[in-house]
Design a protein around this ligand. Sequence first.
Ligand SMILES: C[S@@+](CC[C@H](N)C(=O)[O-])C[C@H]1O[C@@H](n2cnc3c(N)ncnc32)[C@H](O)[C@@H]1O
Length: 243
Amino acid sequence: MRFAFLWRLMNERELRLQPRLQCIADCVPGGARLADVGTDHGYLPVYLLRQGRIRSAIASDINAAPLAHARRTAAAYGVTLDLRLCAGLDGIGADEADTVVIAGMGGETIVTILQNAAWDWQGVTLLLQPMTKAELLRRWLVGHGLRITAERLVRDKGTIYAVLRVEQGQSAPLTRAEAWCGAGLGQDPLYGDYARDRADKLTRAAAGLRQAKTPDDALIASLEGDAQALRETVKEWEHANGT
Ligand SMILES: C[S@@+](CC[C@H](N)C(=O)[O-])C[C@H]1O[C@@H](n2cnc3c(N)ncnc32)[C@H](O)[C@@H]1O
């Protein structure tokens, strides 16, 4: 009796996503057949199913405990998730999804997942949200027949994250500023803060490297060059936006 009451209560209240996940949810094409790789809690696919925004959802994770969490989330909100215990896209066929989300992981892990996937990405929308090393991910994508078609920024608990929309296709090599801060983000109100933050990080990293017993001068010069390129981009952005 009590369980039935609790179950009904859970089903009646809607799942609310944190801003980072909400931003990704907003980027998912309507009617998508979704694969959420590294789903953990499963909030994203469960939210999208509850909203009727997607046709189906595969939720995968490399670890059993997060997958069990996703199973509980789906049960609590009365939706069906197709759960897969696998590394990256290893257990998901390219014919099973047209939209793949890989979010909340480091840029290097996302690259490894894409590298290991036996998909040709034709007709697939990738939504990638790196927690670190976004610049490494952007450079890798562009060098491997994948095109960043759009980016969005979102602030969540004081940190700004980039969400990349990616499709199969060629694009021009990225400039330094584009690799660090994304391309086509000039209209995004968070762009100035994002680019300034990146430039500060690069300057701090270069200063840290200078303290080493045998400083790597080439790396330091490269980081400082990137920081300088970003500061110039920010100046241009501020000028264009009247700030
Ligand atoms: C921090 S959580 C992110 C959860 C969710 N995607 C989000 O953005 O909030 C990262 C999840 O990715 C899973 N993970 C890490 N490496 C993975 C891989 N190579 N393949 C599949 N899942 C992976 C972890 O087990 C963990 O549950």
